[in-house]
Design a protein. Sequence first.
Length: 157
Amino acid sequence: MESTPEKRLQEKHLTLPPAPKAMAKYKPAVLAGNMLYVSGHGPAKITDKTPMSGKVGDGLNTEQGKECARAVGLNILATVKNTLGSLDKVKRLVKTLGMVNCTADYKEQPFVINGFSELMAEIFGEDAGVGARSAVGMVSLPNSIPVEIECIFEVTA
């Protein structure tokens, strides 16, 4: 029997945090037809070592940034599940925009955002969990979070 995203989440002993609430005038996710547009999310606290603020390249290294991107992924999964009722309704990840709060000379943004991308591949599979992606550096992010990610999923009705 084929493993589903919900089963993979359990098999990996991953617990989703509560779905985050909007911090300003926006919706965490909007379902339009068979596309789910997920607003930019910051990290969930998954371990005491998960960076919740800071700048990659100045106080945080690439591995810490990658861990933060994975924590952002857990927050996004919580929003997706809260919106759809089940992760099993996701057909595929279509597009990801990963933003890294980093120094001007930092060049490893793609490696940081891999923390998110690897989690999506673990949960949705190598094909459905890997979509188009951009990984860019930012001079700052809200509340000094190290990583913010937004994405688009194709979903079933």
